[in-house]
Design a protein around this ligand. Structure first.
Ligand SMILES: *Cc1c(COP(=O)(O)O)cnc(C)c1O
Length: 494
């Protein structure tokens, strides 16, 4: 109803109602943080159970009261979620989120700036610009680079990829598309590259057939001889090599490609050098790792992912581009309906895919201020030290085989050494290890995932988690071995 002075609308709740609701939520989450280590990591409920929990009613016709909607909502989510902030969560590559990051997200939503245009988000845009500079500084990249925050690592890579396409193929490509370019563009990446590369080749008209999957050495790093050969061969066939992807921390084993050598080759052939540092780039802040990442500072663009090793809640990715102009060249159009102040700061809609944009930068800014360089060195360094510790415990264990440890990723498998165990072939070992992983996940005692390397199904622990303690890590080899023995002996319902 529209009265003279006041409108009666559902969402115009009173400050008192807001305060009560907010305090209750914060109270519940404080209790959650207090008990986080004692909860099962996941309760692995069936899809039917979960659908039942939310009810399968149709769209409500009449709205509900605050109490009806909110009562029990945090509990509902906590009881049916995978808790990736749990100290024993080591699956895929997911950061444990800082609780302050969550509060920053709420603050960002309350202010609700639209980060598409500076006029619409004056201080928020400046905070984003500072976050970009600080992230570059943290990982040793030129702080005067361009860049912006995006939803995650895949999007950070796409954003750089299109900028590279525009930079190499020229401005006409924006108007004519690739069909008018007389040479087929080709892409170089190792077979360990994350699957974003296929989506990018498809999305931006290159075609996945024109990704050259480079061979890797025994440590999963690009063989630069293979890169050189592939480029030479493509040139001799009249193709136009345009981008090389170096990964700084591969998804399976955390390998870092020989970035300096790749940079040399890119320089020699005039190619765009992109580093996918979605997982590993933040580790470049550690003096002890600087040699490993040497050459990353020479990249034309870098993708990184604050929602992984910088412990921001989802979503936060970041694209950095050495030449600021490259993003504008690829993304800027100036429609008549925008009248932003020319003399203000950056209008981020001109720097990437999104138009309206949320204030992701705030939680990253808060985290960067809270931790500082020292704090990140400490937390990331501790994650790596825990991975080293785990690797050495595994090595000492008779029935566990260590396969790799790079950065904070450890791969290994259970291999029973009793009379029956000795005769297991690879296929049986694969099946056994799959069951071990599934059982430990289902029991909620810990959560790790897998890698498949040379046909071997390996258990894979990735520690991107500031809550993991030594005790959590020390308990793991025993848990894996005892679970494995039970399953192998048939005493466990795998
Ligand atoms: C995680 C990851 C991605 C994808 O990032 P999202 O945040 O999941 O989109 C890409 N590349 C690497 C190396 C990654 O580790």
């Amino acid at each position: 109803m529209i009265n003279q002075n006041e409108r009666d609308s559902t969402f115009d709740i009173s400050p008192e109602q807001f305060r009560k609701l907010g305090y209750e939520l914060v109270d519940q989450f404080s209790m959650y943080l207090d008990a986080i280590g004692e909860l099962p990591v996941t309760s692995k409920k069936s899809v039917e159970t979960i659908r039942e929990a939310i009810g399968q009613g149709s769209l409500p016709v009449a709205g509900k009261s605050i109490e009806e909607v909110w009562e029990g909502l945090p509990r509902l989510l906590l009881d049916h979620s995978l808790i990736n902030g749990h100290p024993r969560f080591w699956g895929y590559i997911m950061g444990s989120p800082s609780p302050e990051g969550a509060l920053a997200d709420m603050l960002a939503s309350m202010i609700n700036p639209n980060m598409g245009g500076w006029d619409l988000a004056p201080i928020a845009s400046e905070i984003e610009t500072q976050v970009v500079t600080w992230l570059a500084d943290l990982i040793g990249y030129a702080p005067d680079c361009g860049g912006l925050l995006v939803s995650g690592g895949a999007m950070a890579n796409y954003t750089a990829f299109l900028a590279a396409r525009r930079a190499i193929a020229g401005n006409e490509v924006r108007e004519t598309g690739l069909r008018e370019i007389d040479q087929q563009l080709t892409v170089y990446a190792s077979k360990e590259t994350h699957t974003w590369i296929q989506k990018a080749a498809d999305l931006f008209g290159i075609g996945t057939n024109y990704i050259r999957w480079l061979a890797t050495d025994s440590s999963d790093r690009i063989l630069t001889s293979a890169l050189r050969e592939a480029i030479d061969e493509d040139i001799s066939h009249g193709y136009r090599p345009f981008i090389v992807i170096g990964t700084a921390g591969t998804v399976s084993t955390g390998a870092v490609d020989p970035l300096n050598d790749i940079a040399d080759i890119c320089e020699e052939f005039g190619l765009w050098f992109h580093v996918d540092g979605a997982y590993g780039a933040p580790a470049a802040c550690l003096p002890s790792q600087s040699k490993l990442f040497s050459g990353m500072e020479r990249a034309d663009s870098i993708a990184l992912d604050p929602h992984k090793w910088l412990y921001a809640p989802f979503e936060a990715g970041c694209t950095l581009v050495r030449n600021k102009q490259a993003l504008l060249d690829a993304y800027s159009y100036r429609p008549l309906y925008y009248h932003f102040d020319e003399n203000a700061g950056l209008n981020y809609y001109e720097h990437g895919f999104q138009n309206s944009r949320g204030f992701r930068a705030l939680k990253v800014w808060v985290n960067l201020q809270r931790a500082g360089r020292d704090g990140y060195e400490q937390m990331i360094g501790d994650d790596i030290r825990l991975a080293e510790m785990l690797a050495s415990e595994i090595q000492k264990h008779r029935e566990l085989e260590l396969k790799s440890q790079n950065l904070s990723i450890v791969t290994f498998r259970f291999y029973p050494k009793n009379e029956q165990g000795k005769h297991l072939d690879d296929e049986e070992l694969n099946a056994l290890n799959q069951k071990i992983m599934a059982k430990i996940q289902r029991d909620g005692k810990a959560f790790f995932t897998n890698a498949v390397i040379n046909g071997e199904f390996l258990l894979r622990v990735c520690i991107v988690n500031f809550r993991t303690s030594r005790r959590d890590i020390e308990a793991l080899p025993g848990l894996v071995a005892s679970t494995g023995s039970e399953i192998h002996a048939g005493t466990s319902e795998n």
